[in-house]
Design a protein around this ligand. Sequence first.
Ligand code: SF4
Ligand code: SF4
Ligand code: FES
Length: 255
Amino acid sequence: MSTTDTTKGESKETTSGKELVSIFVMGKKYEVPKNLTIMKSMEYAGYKYIRGCGCRGGICGACGTVYRKPGDYHIYVGLACQTVVEDGMYLTQLPFFPANRAAYSLEAIGSEPEEVYKKYPELFRCVACNACSKVCPMDISVMDYIAAIKQGDFEKATELSFDCIQCGLCTVRCMGEMSQYHIAQMVRRITGSKITPQASHLKAMVDKIKTGKYTKAIKDLKGMNEDQLRKVYQQREMEPTEAPDDWKPADVTYL
Ligand code: SF4
Ligand code: SF4
Ligand code: FES
């Protein structure tokens, strides 16, 4: 790779015509094509992601990143697979953030708010600074779901936190030093299993699975190689686009 100009603020481009920006990864300077995400720019610079990378689509929450921009005192956080590099950025990755996660058995606990308060007493250290909501890449009102949990309104907290991708960035910023996303996850589990009315058709299907009706079919699928799996997939009977409500496949063995 060669560049025509490396002066900050002026345009730089490779012999292939790509515009470049300068980034600093752990203090070392690299020139990378403009418009790359942080994740791709670090890979372009030669780094290989072993941890801290998953879906590359902003959904798995694995790629929390910390960066600064030149002449700006802010420490920014974001998802490396979604944030586009800017000239002069100082980058690093958060391969893991050591957030507190309580151990509990969902079967052994009730649905009372105290179950969560016992496991996460730090919940009441919230000072309502709203720093968590400001950094959330999913635009979740983190402070509001924490407030709903404190008020014992688990259904509201579940709704507010439903899009959480467990990236942990809110925790990085929390003045109360709590792991909001683990607390919300416990609340969603309690809501889903003990508060929301059970869907009768789902229960019927789970009961059927427990009888062992599908065990052999799953074992057979697991034993297939890729070609066999592809053939089974391509030969499956598909529901027509405009099927009537009472449509059933010709083979009803697994219904
Ligand atoms: S609530 Fe926290 S863990 Fe969940 S997506 Fe937002 S910042 Fe990430
Ligand atoms: S960052 Fe922590 S202390 Fe601040 S509002 Fe969010 S949960 Fe509360
Ligand atoms: S790699 Fe999954 S959110 Fe970035």
